[in-house]
Write a protein that binds this ligand. Structure first.
Ligand code: GLA
Ligand code: ZN
Length: 665
């Protein structure tokens, strides 16, 4: 039997005499795993070298006696005060040059060698102590690496490491000067030792330097994680190692980090208190699941799934009855094999007093507990069967941390956000019930009927060739505005028109453009006129045909969306940011052109997603709204869970299955 549901548990926040009540309640709820200890360094090592793992061993053993296994977190996101007292240089420095002090979490510089030594000592002791513990199955390294490290760390240790990283990359300073375009504003360097971390300037920054800095920070975090992973691997060869990601967050390249891990985990807070809306729209949540699956192209865990009101100083909105179940099963539908709810019980102390869990402050089981219990008992047997199965989309959207970095550094339009742009296209497929994978540009694309590659802003000859080969061999590719603008050093490409060599497969040239700064534009597509935003590429046809035209401005009547046959394949180019309605109709058009399979039809707020293995295909139908909904499936499935096919109660999750040869079981 696999492990499919769990909770994040902090026994150290409670009297020991409560633990057994918790274990019993968890067992009744169906909990099979807990994650513990990821912030408990002081409790485990109150003084240097004085280890106290007994309390944790006791908790692990007690839970194990109730059939609940443990994932241990290394507590390296919260070094205790005595470490900071001994080595104050561990505290990170922000862009203003200020020290970030003790009292929160993430107050650590990840390159600092004194900190690395503390980690070596602690993680060695902890991993040796729990290596043979029958209750422990695996490890989470640190916690949400990159979280709160937005403008950290600019210290001298990081500076030195950055200089070494640059020297290794460029070999000599002349190469760096060229790659960074330092002829501008007298930014030339005589030696690597002159290069600093990006502390606040009087004004402006060098985009090429900033791209290297972001890549360096990502590499540093991966190296920081490896430091621990190597120790745990050596001491605990039978345990898995994972890490809790944050969806599309981009402080660390999650593809690179994934190479260290046995599997990826993710944290999901759709109704976080920081959000501007009651909760994330379901298409956005779904896109997060798909990108997380893509980081390692395998099933994953959700290590923190929101279970109640989120809150630090202020709170988010309540989770509706059934809504948590819909979120949890959305994760499963997209490839999660295990869902761990954050947190078991709302705690009475510290920054996160208002972050609610399965149990409230009272500790008494209420509606959330009952809902989780029902969910777990219903779906655990099915999840045993579907363990290891994966979605098998026909469409891929290209995702890249480097493109994201470059567009964070220079968004081109003040409201242009890389991830949001991917989600604009994603939504078109999601609403049409066409599953999507996220891939990296250089991945093997040949298995996809359609590849959508928005904002291919940084371009290099290999990627260019890769896209051209994909299309030449019969692939269907969508490219968009701001493609082929820059080289890999974040310098503008010259001596050719946009989108560069890819213009050949697009059959177009873009010699001029308009940043739709304070106004909207419009595009005529089919019989309708649609609003468009942010950008308008002014396109000259060089063999392509226009399938959409601008309806405004001095380029009114010129091509906005083009289509071009290239060898055995086809390429579309979208020169603007399409509205939701335009994306919807464009997706419909592409679905026909590429013969994409739709799982069914349903109104907004109803999701359909499949996972499959060699023999079976499971289909989830999820109502993310508080209203009843009607839907229709395009396929013959047998209902495993749910009240009535074609109808959904508020937040209802239905599960279907078919064997892979089309017949119902
Ligand atoms: C993150 C962290 C948790 C907790 C929650 C709630 O996801 O991983 O430790 O802080 O947020 O704030
Ligand atoms: Zn530092």
């Amino acid at each position: 039997m696999g492990i499919h549901f769990g909770v994040d548990y902090y026994p150290e926040h409670w009297d020991k005499d409560r633990w057994e009540t918790d274990a019993k309640l968890m067992q009744e709820m169906g909990v099979q795993v807990v994650r513990m200890a990821e912030f408990s360094w002081f409790k485990m090592e109150p003084k240097k070298g004085e280890f106290h793992f007994e309390w944790l061993e006791e908790a692990v053993a007690l839970l194990d006696s109730y059939g609940i296994k443990t994932v241990l977190g290394t507590p390296t996101a919260a070094p205790p005060a005595w470490i900071i007292e001994e080595n104050p240089e561990i505290l990170p420095i922000d862009m203003q040059g200020r020290v970030r002090h003790f009292g929160g979490r993430h107050h650590d510089c990840q390159s600092n060698s004194a900190y690395r030594e503390h980690i070596r000592r602690f993680v060695t002791a902890m991993s040796q102590r729990f290596a043979e513990n029958p209750g422990v199955i695996g490890w989470q390294i640190d916690n949400e690496l990159g979280n709160s490290h937005g403008d950290l760390c600019m210290c001298n240790s990081c500076k030195k490491r950055y200089q070494e990283w640059l020297e290794k990359k460029y070999g000599n300073i002349e190469m760096l000067n060229e790659a960074w375009g330092t002829a501008f504003w007298s930014q030339g360097y005589n030696s690597f030792s002159q290069i600093g971390t990006p502390l606040i300037t009087a004004v402006g920054e060098n985009p090429s330097a900033m791209l290297d800095w972001k890549c360096f920070c990502s590499d540093l975090i991966v190296d920081f994680a490896k430091w621990q992973a190597d120790i745990i691997r050596e001491n605990c060869p039978n345990h898995f190692i994972t890490h809790n990601y944050m969806c599309f967050d981009n402080k660390v390249n999650y593809y690179d980090l994934g190479e260290l891990l046995d599997f990826v985990s993710n944290d999901i807070y759709p109704a976080g208190n920081w959000q501007k809306q009651p909760h994330q729209p379901d298409y956005e949540m779904a896109s997060c699941q798909d990108v997380v699956r893509g980081y390692k192209k395998q099933p994953y865990w959700v290590m923190e799934q929101q279970a109640g009101i989120a809150g630090w100083g202020t709170m988010g909105r309540a989770v509706d009855p059934g809504q948590m179940s819909a979120w949890a099963m959305q994760s499963v539908a997209h490839g999660a094999d295990c869902v761990v709810f954050f947190r078991w019980r709302a705690c009475a102390m510290g920054t996160e007093q208002y972050w609610h869990g399965i149990l409230g402050h009272s500790g008494r089981p209420g509606r959330t507990y009952e809902e989780a219990k029902k969910l777990i008992h219903t779906f655990t047997p099915h999840m045993d069967e579907m363990q290891g199965s994966m979605p098998a989309p026909e469409v891929a959207i290209v995702h890249s941390f480097r493109q994201n970095y470059a567009l964070d550094i220079q968004p081109n339009h003040p409201d242009l956000h890389y991830v949001e742009e991917l989600q604009i296209y994603y939504r078109g497929f999601y609403e049409k019930k066409i599953p999507v994978d996220f891939v990296q540009g250089m991945d093997d694309l040949s298995g996809y009927k359609l590849v959508v590659a928005p904002l291919q802003y940084l371009m290099n000859p290999e990627l260019e060739q890769h896209y051209m080969d994909y299309v030449a061999q019969g692939g269907h590719l969508v490219l968009t505005m701001r493609t082929g603008v820059k080289d890999e050093h974040n310098l503008c490409m010259i001596d050719r028109e946009l989108p560069g060599k890819l213009g050949d497969i697009c059959g177009i040239e873009v010699a001029d453009y308009d940043c739709l700064f304070e106004k909207e534009g419009s595009v005529l597509f089919g019989k309708n006129e649609y609003p468009v935003e942010k950008w308008a590429d002014i396109i000259t046809l060089k063999g392509a045909k226009a399938i959409g035209e601008y309806g405004t401005s001095f380029y009114k009547g010129t091509p906005a969306i083009t289509e071009n046959g290239y060898e055995k394949g086809k390429v579309w180019y979208v020169g603007t940011e399409p509205s939701k309605e335009l994306v919807s109709d464009l997706t419909e058009y592409l679905a026909k052109e590429c013969e994409l399979t739709k799982l069914g039809s349903a109104p907004e707020g109803v999701e359909m997603m499949t996972r499959e293995n060699a023999g079976q295909c499971w289909l989830f139908v999820i109502n993310h709204t508080e209203e009843e909904k009607v839907y229709h499936l395009y396929g013959n499935y047998k209902m495993l869970e749910g009240e009535k096919q074609d109808f959904l109660k508020p937040y209802e999750v239905q599960l279907f299955v078919r064997n892979k040869y089309g017949r119902t079981n």
